[in-house]
Design a protein around this ligand. Structure first.
Ligand SMILES: [Fe+2]
Length: 252
């Protein structure tokens, strides 16, 4: 499996506190079947892409020393803010694989500039991966927003905890609706620790398998293709939520 969203690096955000905790998170990932993790600390003026790359390198050495066969790839989780295009241009944000920007929306609102900003980021040559849009209150009210974004070329990551109902039933329903509509491309643990929000994705993948025939693609294959620069969402798979989703596409 492939975890596209994990706060596994120590001491840089509200994720792992220490190298011990990072290694414990790595063990949990491996035990649940994950083989590749993208380290996605929150973007911050105090954190440079070079620092992230150095920490990923050191984590790799520590994992090898412990005999833990987990591959860790550098990235960041960006926030929706007006100067994001400028931060990208000046190299202050680290897109996954150099081109894919993992971007979280605010939890409660969608600022008026959202559409324009997403468009600007895409225009400057980056592909947006929306991080857990199912947790945004406006998306919960209107999941059709995600269909519009995906139709414009954006990609979507849902949280394993959302699928399991760990953020409440409304978030779970939104996540299910997006999965069934073919609007989800990647799964991420969005883990922050080894004890609270853990990087265990095993249970979520089982549930995902009951929602869509694309579970393996979402939980594993698509992430690997993304890193190779070979990922393209299946044409016509995305449908407006609540209209039959992948079933309609599958039966064509
Ligand atoms: Fe996150």
């Amino acid at each position: 499996m492939f975890d596209l969203h994990c706060h596994i690096l120590p001491g840089v955000d509200d994720g792992a506190d220490s190298w011990e905790e990072s290694l414990e998170m790595a063990r949990i990932s491996l035990d649940s079947g994950v083989r590749t993790v993208v380290a996605t600390p929150h973007m911050s003026p105090d954190l440079s892409p070079e620092q992230v790359s150095r920490l990923v390198e050191e984590l790799g050495l520590r994992l090898s020393a412990q005999g833990l066969p987990l591959k860790v790839v550098p990235g960041m989780e960006a926030r929706l803010e007006p100067d994001l295009p400028e931060l990208l241009r000046s190299g202050r944000v680290l897109p996954v694989g150099g081109r894919y920007l993992l971007l979280e929306l605010p939890h409660f609102s969608l600022p008026v500039y959202t559409g324009e900003l997403l468009f600007k980021v895409m225009l400057s040559g980056y592909q947006v991966i929306l991080a857990h849009p199912e947790r945004n209150a406006r998306v919960m009210e209107n999941p059709g927003l995600v269909f519009e974004w995906v139709s414009r070329g954006m990609l979507v990551q849902v949280n394993s905890g959302s699928i399991l109902g760990k953020f409440g039933s409304r978030v779970r329903q939104a996540a299910e609706m997006l999965v069934k509509a073919g609007l989800v491309h990647f799964l991420g643990s969005d883990a922050h620790s080894a004890s609270g929000r853990r990087p265990d994705m095993g249970e979520a993948v089982k549930v995902l398998g009951r929602l869509t025939p694309m579970a393996q693609e979402i939980a594993a294959l698509n992430g690997h293709l993304l890193l190779q620069g070979d990922f393209a969402p299946p044409e016509g798979a995305a449908q407006p939520p609540g209209t039959g989703g992948w079933r309609r596409w599958w039966r064509r």
